[in-house]
Design a binder for this molecule. Sequence first.
Ligand code: NAI
Ligand code: MG
Length: 488
Amino acid sequence: MTTDIIAPPTVGQTKNLIAGQWIDAQSGETFDTYSPSTGRAIARVASGDSNDINQAVTAARKAFESGPWPKMSARDRGKLLFKLADLIEENAQELAALEVLNNGKPISEVLAADIPLMISTFRYYAGWADKVYGETIPVDAPGYFCYTRKEPVGVCGQIIPWNFPMLMLTWKWAPALASGCTMVLKPAEQTPLTALRLGELAVEAGIPKGVINIVNGFGETAGDALVKHPGVDKIAFTGEYKTAQIIMANAAPTLKRLTFELGGKSPNVVFADADLNKAVAGAMAGIFFNQGEVCCAGSRLFIEEEIHDEFVSRFSDAADARKVGDPFDTSTEQGAQVSKEQFDKVMSYIELGKQEANCVAGGESVGDKGWFVRPTIFTNVQNDMRIAQEEIFGPVVSVIPFKDTNEVIEQSNTTIYGLAAAVWTRDISKAFRLSESMRAGTVWVNCYNTFDAGAPFGGYKYSGQGRECGKDALNNYLETKTVWVNTN
Ligand code: NAI
Ligand code: MG
C-alpha cells in the first residue's frame, strides 16, 4: 500500500444550530474539543445547557407544527434527503478528514466505511419518504370505513456517542426526516465537529429552518435537559446502558417514546471446521475495527479446542503486524482512542487482564503523544472473568476455548448484552443452529461487521430497545392513527 499523509483540516463551525441560525450558547460558555492523535485541544465549542435546549426544542416544535415541513409533500421531503446525500458525497474528503481530526480513527476506514454508509443511508430513507402509508381495515361494522394513517411522532431528541459521530447522526436524522419529524441533536461532547459541518450541509440542502437543530454540550446538562423537556416526544439514544437507565427514568414523567442502541460483549465463535484464514481476518476486523470502539465488537472470541493454539498463533501474528499510528496516514490501520478518559479505561482493563489471564499480543500503549493502544489479545480467559463480561470499548479481546456446541451456545448467551454474534463454520446445520440460539440482534455467519442501510440493527437484553436502519427504524418515528368513518 502506498503511504500518503492527508493534511489535517481547519476547524470551521463551532456554534449551535437553532432555528436555522448559528449561535453561541446563551451563557457564552464553551468547551475544548481535542485531537485524539495529538492529545491537543483544537477548538472551543459552544457549551449548551437547559436554556439552549429549550430554545432549540421551541424551534423544533414550531417547525413541526407551523413551518413549511408539515405541509411539504413526502416526495419533496425525499428530494431534500437526496440533496443532502449528494452534498455529503461532494464534501466526502473534507468530512472524512474532520472526523479523523476529532475522533482519531484512520482516514482509510472513514472513506471506506463511514462515508459510503452515510450516503447510502440518506438515499435509502430518501426513497422511503413517499412510501410511508397506512392500511384500510375490513372492520366488522356495516357502513363503517376504517383506515390507518402513519404520522410523524413529533419532535425527536437525538443523543449520540463519539465512536461513529457522523454515522450515528445519520442513523438518527435520515429516518426522522423521512418520517416528517423535527429534531434536536446533542452530539457527543468528545466529537462535535462533523455534526456541525453536516448541519451546515443540511442548511445548504434547503431543509427548512428549525427542522434540524444541534445543541452541543455535556450529557449531564444539555443531554439531561433534552430528555426531560416536555416539548420532546421521543428520545433516540446511542451509548452506554447505564446512561440509558438514567434516560429511561428521566423520560418517565413525560412518557417519551424511547429507542436505545447500547453496548455489547459480542461472542465470535470459531469452529474447527471453519476456513481459518477467513476466520482470523474476521476476528481481527471483529475486534480491532475502529480501535475496538464499536458497540458490536467481537470482544469474546470462542475458539474450538482442537484449533485453539494454531488460531491464537496466527491471530496474534496478525495483531502484532497491525499498523497503529497517525490516522492521517492512508496506510494506518488503527488510530487513537477517542479521549484520555477512554484510553485510561482501556489501559486499566489491560492491567486487570494481565492479572486474570495471559496477554499474548499488545498489552501496552503506543508513543508519547495521543491516545494509542496496541491490539491486545488475552488467552486462557474464562467467560465469567471481568474482562469477558464488561464492555472495554477498546482494542482488547478475550479468547475463550470451548469443547462442544451446546457449551459454546450456553456461554455465548451468558452475558447481560445481546447486540451481535458471529459463527465461523463450513457446517450449514451448525451455522443455522447457532444463528437461532444466539440471543442477539444481529448474527453474522462467516463474516463480521457487515452493515447496510436496509438491514435492521439493534440489541436484545441490555444492548437496546428498537432497531435502527431498515424499515424498522421508520416505525420508531411514526405514530399510527386509526380513522373510523360512519358512512351510514
Ligand atoms: P455515554 O452513554 O455517557 O454518552 C453517550 C451520549 O450520551 C453522549 O452524547 C453524552 O453526552 C450523552 N449523555 C451522557 N449522560 C447523559 C445523561 N445523563 N442524559 C442525557 N444524555 C447523556 O457514554 P460515555 O460516557 O461517552 O462512554 C462510556 C462507555 O459507554 C464507553 O466506555 C463504552 O463502553 C460505552 N459506549 C457505548 C457506545 C455504543 O455505541 N454502544 C458508544 C459510546 C460509549
Ligand atoms: Mg457517560
